[in-house]
Design a protein around this ligand. Structure first.
Ligand SMILES: Cc1cc2nc3c(=O)[nH]c(=O)nc-3n(C[C@H](O)[C@H](O)[C@H](O)COP(=O)(O)O)c2cc1C
Length: 301
């Protein structure tokens, strides 16, 4: 399966078969995770937890969480060496490459930032001083039973995970005040943008906005409004409410995820380019005429 197909096929899977992934596939995935490309030098660490007893202990569906991810046989634990939004971006960038590799290997995955217990996850993998468990990612074989598949699809629907904003809403031309249209654009760039748009994001908020400029592309983030919007609202009667700060931090992971789609797809279609991180750069914000609440993240050139 090529990377474009993997991006198109990936969906969040929330019901798993309890079977451990076969050792060859698992080894391949873990080796892949070790050699994925990073964006920074403050590297996050990724550890594996296996066995439904352990993963269910880490995952919760109590008040203060959202999502119901059932019986994943494995969790990847994303650990940061210190509190840092740059490292959050890197974590998204690295772990999404693993998610897409897992998709290629026929596995289901689901990012989880809300419904897990970071203390239990930390004690399971052993944290060094200062380290923080930031996010986990479930993976395994998707459940085959009809009711379990129904559960996975239903939660995705309730979460609005099947919707994405149209490109015209998330892409701008030259600066924030000018709209962009795919009709007159280079088809290869449109392919890259279409696959960026399919990226997953916490509560499916799709906080990324892109500005196409002569010679480069700027990634920005629309920082989230308080909690009572989107998925959190819709899910709250069922499984509780995501803590506001969890969603706010997840946006930086979302940025890393969309950046990985960009890099992987442009590589696959032979368009060279790489990201330069410019998180919060005021000059860039002025050049792009970003409104309040929107921050620059990086430039692709
Ligand atoms: C950083 C991040 C955190 C997420 N946290 C959760 C979570 O705690 N629980 C959950 O059920 N889904 C979680 N998701 C999955 C999103 O809800 C999902 O990606 C989104 O709704 C889009 O749906 P899709 O992945 O099926 O395309 C998270 C996704 C991301 C990227």
């Amino acid at each position: 399966m090529d990377i474009l197909t993997a991006i198109q096929r990936r969906v969040s899977v929330r019901s798993y078969s309890k079977d451990i992934v076969d050792s060859t596939t698992l080894k391949r995935l873990i080796n892949f995770a070790k050699k994925t490309k990073h964006l920074t030098t403050v590297l996050p660490r990724i550890e594996l937890v296996s066995g439904v007893d352990k993963t269910n202990h880490i995952l919760t569906s109590i008040i203060g969480s959202y999502g119901l991810v059932r019986n994943p046989p494995h969790l990847l634990i994303g650990i940061m060496p210190e509190e840092s939004n740059i490292t959050r971006i890197d974590l998204g960038y690295v772990l999404e490459q693993v998610v897409l590799e897992a998709t290629k290997l026929g596995l289901g995955t689901c990012w989880i930032s809300g419904s897990y217990n970071p203390k239990i996850a930390g004690s399971e993998v052993g944290l060094k001083s200062g380290e923080i468990v930031e996010v986990v990612c479930a993976f395994g074989y998707p459940a085959k039973e009809i009711l379990e598949r129904f559960h996975s699809r239903t939660i995705r629907r309730i979460a609005g995970g099947h919707h994405r904003k149209p490109l015209k809403e998330i892409v701008f031309y030259k600066n924030w005040s000018k709209s962009w249209s795919p009709e007159e654009e280079d088809p290869e760039l449109v392919t890259i943008l279409e696959h960026a748009r399919l990226a997953s994001s916490g509560a499916n908020r799709q906080p990324w906005r892109l500005i196409i400029r002569p010679g480069n592309i700027v990634l920005t983030l629309v920082l989230t409004k308080p909690l009572w919007t989107g998925i959190a609202n819709r899910l709250s009667p069922i499984v509780g409410v995501v803590k506001r700060n969890v969603l706010a931090k997840a946006q930086y992971i979302d940025a890393g995820i969309v950046m990985s789609h960009f890099t992987l797809v442009s590589e696959a279609i032979g368009q060279k380019g790489q990201w330069e991180l410019r998180l919060g750069d005021k000059t860039l914000a002025r050049e792009c005429q970003l409104p309040k609440g929107v921050i620059p993240v990086a430039i692709f050139k």
